[in-house]
Design a protein around this ligand. Sequence first.
Ligand code: NA7
Length: 754
Amino acid sequence: MEYPITQDAGLEARDDRLVTDSARTDRPTPDVDVVVVGAGIAGLYLAYRLSRAGHRLRVFEAGDDLGGTWYWNRYPGARVDVPSIDYMYSFDPNWQRDWQWSEKYATQPEILRYLNHIADKHDLRRHITFSTRVRQAGWDDGASLWRVRTDGGDDVSARFVVMATGCLSMPKQAEVDGLESFTGEVYFTSRWPHDPVDFTGKRVAVIGTGSSGVQSIPVIAEEAREVVVFQRTPTFSIPARNGQVSPERLALFAANEADYRSAARMSPGGIPMERSITPTFSVSEAERQQRYERAWGIGELFEAINVYADVLSNPAANHEFAEFFRNKIRAIVDDPQTATDLCPTDYPVATKRPCLDTNYYATYNLPHVRLVNIRKHPIRQVTETGIDTADESFTFDAIVFATGFDAVTGAITAVDIRGRNGLALKDKWANGPQTYLGLTTAGFPNLFLITGPGSPSVLSNMAVSIEQHVDWVLDCLSHLCARGFAVIEPTETAETGWTQHVNDCADITLFPAANSWYMGANVPGKPRVFLPYCAGVDFYRASCDEVVAHDYLGFTLSGPGGTECNDGVVRRLQPDVEMVLNRMAAMNLPTMESMPVEDARAFYNQMSAVRPPGPDVGEIVDGTLPGTSGDLAYRLYRLYRLPRALARSSCTSTAEVGLWATPFRTIRCAGTFASGATQSSSRRITVTRPSTGSRPRWTTPWPRCDGLPTTPRHSAAYRACSRSVAGTRAVGSRRWSAGSRETWADRTSSGRPC
Ligand code: NA7
């Protein structure tokens, strides 16, 4: 099909200052404005936006063609795991005229066709240099530009570099001894051949049971004579129930696409969906089972995890949901030992990437398919003819590695990126990535990361998150142009604050309890750090927007016109503290410090009513903190759930300091209720490991009912929460302006920030 080429139509107004500031300084003009690394979904959208905005760009792509993940991951059964119609660009408004998805979850070939269709329709290929890997990018401080080198011999200078390298694009090594001696065929799901692979009549080993294994095993089993699956960690998987695109969903989409898109952008995961506000144990067992069945039956991952508000925060809730899954597995799989081995037991459900499957568990009932639990029977080595475990020798014609990726950071640090003073990004991130908004990193000016660590990325619908990041970058470039700046870089303060916030968000969930690739735990030697931002696409977007609204808070902008920096931290509070304040703001309640203790207590009482029961208070400590007019007495509750403790406490004469603790970190202790006084103070407190010696089991219920949106927008969740606290006596009507991000201490009469 031919499409009209639109490259010259509707160009956004271009401000030449990006490229011609050298005319006003002695800086050299770079070869291009922007180098983009990668031509997957992100790279293509960047090519579209940048070219339409009139920027000179080059896109380098290691593959021989476009598509990124969807170019490489062409293993049998490869499909997207969010509904196809949610997994498409929103910038292509008339898509319905020339594109229809054939299935609820499109296959890899269909997605690749879609991406090619978009590239052709908008003439994007002309920007892309294929079969060329960017090896190095070095910041030239004197010239304020990047010098980019490729394995194809290109040496390109650019004002900006954008890493659109994808979160799951750097395959892990095989990590088994003896592979070179194997005389059969070897395949990696992440680098599948372009020519058809025929397993008919063959004995095939599959190593790995993540999404790639779960999708490919049933398809391989349809052809192969024998399939042996080597499983290290079992996975939670729900039936995809694939089929045609849901007509209801399509109708909803078509009826008002703008609303649909907007709902996706302001949702927790990038697919229109209300955040669940129902705690698991607030309903009867019968209702719980009913909802679990629905989650199992609907065949959508985000919906399934959203079944109850506290699945990812309350261990008991998670356990019950996990047990439901395990019972399903036991019911499907005939052989009891195989069923037991397929049941995940050593991590909470959804803290490793859950899978969507078609006949995965049932495949193990086929007589020619066998599961080997390599935790019990470790792989010793690959031999010339197959695989030896500790107690058995297997013969294979082919071995398939479905062993995953060096996720989120791997493809970024694979490029030798050097920032100011030659600092290597790899070295900077040696103990874990530090970013501001997952988009930028201090010491590396004019470098943008699309869906980088510290952004929702792999916990979201990537199509939505990619567009949000690219849009943010384009707006940023426009801002720089408009204001005469050439360089943007986050401050250490902003980056430290964001990195802490990302960790804080993860630490009040169960995510850190799993050895997952979210935690970097699948790659030997990789620092164990939670990589994505788990508070949700909606909360994240609000942070990004606030940074812009506050004159690029936390960024230093510089150029011929001078330097500007509105330094600060966009999220300073512990996330659950912030939710409390958000809720109060949304309800037009007075500020916390202006409330009498009784009102504050009543408010928390109401909130506690919608929370699941948590453990008792761990420790109560009395002390003093310096206040603006003398010491403040405080009572510190070192606990998992402050609100209930406050409700129980009889203390009214001293300030009560809530410590929403993150056990292994230095955390912020913020917020005081002053009896009669309006001053407060705060400091950092290091919380030590509890005497039990094990990691505390967090029940702080967030995100959930308390997860009110950052701006009081509206959602059913907000209205329901509002109703649930309707008994709270409003003692004032001061509104904490949406978007303001002060600490409690900021908002005391002293006005002093903590
Ligand atoms: P995943 O989800 O990382 O799965 C990889 C699987 O391979 C997982 O079961 C691993 O076990 C297993 N694995 C990894 N290394 C080894 C070694 N050395 N020995 C045995 N088993 C191993 O990658 P996928 O490609 O399946 O999916 C990645 C994402 O792509 C997915 O989430 C979708 O979004 C698309 P482990 O769990 O580490 O014990």
